[in-house]
Design a protein around this ligand. Structure first.
Ligand code: PCA
Length: 165
């Protein structure tokens, strides 16, 4: 394993979600689960477009302290994830503080452990996205939004829905 980077997943890369397989595939590199927690600051987490894509909007102070998972990834996995999330043109990877409240075995960390993590934020978004429901915890299957549909990756349309003109 070469290089070490800490990333925080709030969306489809989480365990049990639709893109979990990306983190598990050794062809992409390595990702080691470190624990769970929430962002130290509040951000709006929304699910948008007909494809049910989760977005953490880069707007501090609105929404919730969003829940997610912390992983240590190597250079190779980080490069893979950057391409997969279309960093920096769509999502943008930015450092933010995470309060880890559970270790990798699910044991409670009290006080929480502070970690500076990479997070894939959506920096540019349509103002209408601020009218959507702000979530604390993303799951694909929810009565509040349509389920995630990975076909969006092949369609320009999904970006048009999310990104401002
Ligand atoms: N994948 C990244 C960003 C949004 C998404 O679905 C994640 O899980 O954090």
């Amino acid at each position: 394993m070469s290089g070490s980077h800490i990333i925080f997943s709030y969306g489809t890369l989480k365990q049990g979600e639709r893109n979990e397989y990306v983190m598990k595939d050794p062809n992409n590199g390595t990702a080691t689960f470190v624990g769970r927690g929430c962002t130290a600051k509040k951000y709006p987490l929304v699910v948008a477009s007909q494809y049910g894509i989760p977005f953490l909007l880069l707007l501090e102070g609105q929404g919730s302290q969003v829940l997610g998972e912390v992983y240590e990834v190597d250079d190779s996995m980080l490069a893979f994830l950057d391409a997969f999330e279309s960093h920096p043109d769509f999502y943008r990877r930015e450092v933010a503080t995470v309060l880890m409240t559970q270790d990798k075995n699910g044991e409670k960390l009290d006080p929480p452990q502070t970690k500076e993590c990479w997070i894939y934020f959506l920096p540019k978004y349509k103002p209408e996205m601020l009218e959507l429901q702000f979530l604390e915890n993303y799951t694909s299957e929810s009565k509040d939004h349509v389920p995630y549909d990975e076909r969006y990756k092949r369609k320009e349309e999904a970006r048009v829905t999310a990104l401002p003109d």
